[in-house]
Design a protein around this ligand. Sequence first.
Ligand code: ZN
Length: 600
Amino acid sequence: MAKYSETVLEEIKSRISIVDMASKYLTLSRKGDRFWGLCPFHDEKTPSFSVLPDKGFFHCFGCGKSGSLFDFVMEMEHLTFPEAIRHLAEQAGIALEEETEEDRQKRTELETLRDLYEKLAASFNYILVNTNAATEAQQYLKDRGFTTGSMEKFLLGFAPDDPGWLYAFLRSKQYSDTILAKSGLFSKNNKDYPIFRNRLIFPIRDWQGRVVAFGGRDLSGNSQAKYINTPETMLYRKREIVYGLFESLPTVKTENSCILCEGYFDVIAMHQAGLSTAMAPLGTAFTHDQGKLIRRYAEKVFTMFDSDDAGRAATKKALVVCESMGFESRVITLEGAKDPAEMLQEKGPEVLAKACLNSKSGFDHLVHSAISLYDGKKATGKLQIFTEVKPYLDAVESEIVRQSYLRDLASYLQLDESTLLRDYMNRTTDKSIGKREEQFRSGKGFDPSLGGWKRSSDLYAMLTLMNNRFLFPTIRNRLRVDDLIDEQAVELYTVLEDASREGVGASDELVLNMIGNEDLRRIVSMSFQTEEFTAQAEPILEESIKRIMLRRLEKVRKNVENLIRLAEKDGSVSVELSHLLLEKKSLDEKIAGMRKPEHV
Ligand SMILES: [Zn+2]
């Protein structure tokens, strides 16, 4: 994306007032320091759309839309951020600064790489479908039950065995050695030696359908690596790409759900069986970034990972990610085959489709799989089961839902419900919440029209930082991103880090634009319009950080206490026990020390 300097943005804002701009689209009248009008984004009879000229922001109290001059124009004219800037600069008569040479070069390289991947995907596909070189590959796909329709939908291809082919082919298309070196397609030590040879090729597309990487499956049987992928390049960030998302999008949007599988062939097999919401995180771990991408289109996630240990771990992790992001999650367990691709091959598409009808809720699945692994009759087994399920419980946002899960768990484990509840609460309660935070959490002191979103104390701290970004460089030395447990707070932390790295931290608009999640962007944009986060920022942050640190220590102490309980019960070696007791003592002291000075 082309970057615009802050001066350009400031220049635009100084020449075009948000009130004038909004007045082009609706009638505004002044009341106090705000202007009011009928919202252009939703139907209404009484005005709830307000513009704050001093702050340069708008907010609708009806539909919640909110933002800057740039957001307003983006919404009204359906423009991207850079387009909106160009549009406004033109109106204001501002010449946009030339890109720097470095920017220009980077953009050109990116465009060239995109073009290369597009062309190469088409060539690989052509070779697979039309040439004798790929006879074995075609046969292989046929044997595994894949149709030509699937080959087309996923643009499957074949990389020839000839090691000289790829380099010669791309050079003949005028790609420079510099670009080829950055393409991820050649060996690092040998500029013309291709990483894909005699492999079936799976083009990996981003959500817009652009090919950004390749996966390749060995067909020779001689390679140590059955599957290889292009490494991360300018185009490709693995944790942000979901294989099959693009191909699934139309169905995902209508069904409001998706199915996460493990590999390329699983995704294709599922689509062939008519389950065309199947996709795969690349590698087995499902990331928050991938979740964010899917969250735009769907609220429900089915997981369908392999039935081995790796698949079980991947399922558990994905369920926690899903829960923390507010997805409804369900687990499909295949009976009679190791994965969807195998079931397609051995039993056909109808059997596969039918097998996917049965699913369990994420929570039930976790509990049952933990119970099958550990002995729920013994105290240690109960604790292990509890420990397995706990990350999921932590991720549950609603207290009511969590309590009902805890009740279920207590009955599975034949434990007294109140004991389990108390134990759980002891492990997680934040005991020292400042007064302002409490107000914030209860919705007082901050615009109530924002009701409904998660008011966590982590988020409060990050909003304070967002409003006082100059403090970030000092805070980041003390607070790590993994100290935060609230997903939105984590996103804000990442944005702050990116903004400070890219040197755009001084501009509200640029920073807002870096927030991917729309709700979160709205929350931050609203926070810019109040005084709440700027008054006494430093003491508030200090308090928040202290509390987050305490939480980290208390968590460690709780784990140690559990280990002590276990060690005592099992009569474990006394050396271990005495170590644990020492560790607990030192944690007790640290925690007491942190609590003391301000009598929290
Ligand atoms: Zn509205």
